[in-house]
Design a protein around this ligand. Structure first.
Ligand code: SF4
Length: 192
């Protein structure tokens, strides 16, 4: 049984799969409480669904790409669910703060967005995403040695871009071209 706050169809607006139509499955809860988090999105009411019930809801959409997000989905062991969806033909992506990456290791693609930059994992995921503001300790990002994509995403307002942070991130990426910019495209397009 899975605690699901929301299921919606939109475009992936961040990182490697930006622009790809995707079904988002938002799980309830998180192990952290970041000050910039829009808590309502993952601490609101939730449904408790079996994997079969979840599949039926996914079938409402003409899409085979699923993004499991939260909150923090790795507070649950989701490998059985991920395998079930893959057997049904879905490509399963996960967005995680790295709480327990082993709980989603069957996923096809894992975006790891560390929140404690003093303890950054190096394996068990596909790409990094750092949420960056002008005051961020970006030297810790520059110290990373990795072949994985490293995305820099401006810390934005809940429903719009923070232009100061966006400009800072653009300059940061241009100065360090092994990095890539992730812009939360949905906040520019006005989609969910
Ligand atoms: S890790 Fe993500 S979901 Fe959890 S509190 Fe921080 S921003 Fe919110």
């Amino acid at each position: 049984m899975y605690k699901i706050v929301d299921i919606f169809y939109s475009l992936q607006s961040e990182d490697t799969y930006v622009g790809v139509p995707s079904i988002f499955v938002r799980f309830y809860g998180c192990n952290l409480g970041c000050y910039f988090c829009d808590d309502e999105k993952h601490r609101g009411n939730f449904d408790v669904l079996t994997q079969e019930e979840l599949l039926e809801k996914l079938k409402n959409f003409t899409c085979k790409q699923v993004v499991i997000t939260g909150g923090e989905p790795t507070i649950y062991n989701l490998n059985e669910l991920i395998g079930f969806l893959q057997d049904e033909g879905y490509y399963v992506c996960v967005e995680s703060n790295g709480y327990e990456l082993g709980n989603v290791k069957k996923a096809d693609w894992i975006t790891y967005s560390p929140k404690n930059w003093d303890e950054i994992e190096s394996e068990g995921f596909s790409e990094y995403k750092f949420i960056v503001a002008t005051v961020s300790e970006v030297d810790k990002i520059l110290a990373l040695q990795s072949d994985k994509p490293i995305y820099i995403q401006p810390e934005n307002h809940f429903d719009s871009a923070n232009i100061v942070n966006v400009k800072y991130c653009i300059d940061f990426v241009k100065a360090h071209p092994h990095l890539k910019l992730s812009v939360q495209l949905h906040k520019y397009l006005g989609v969910e």
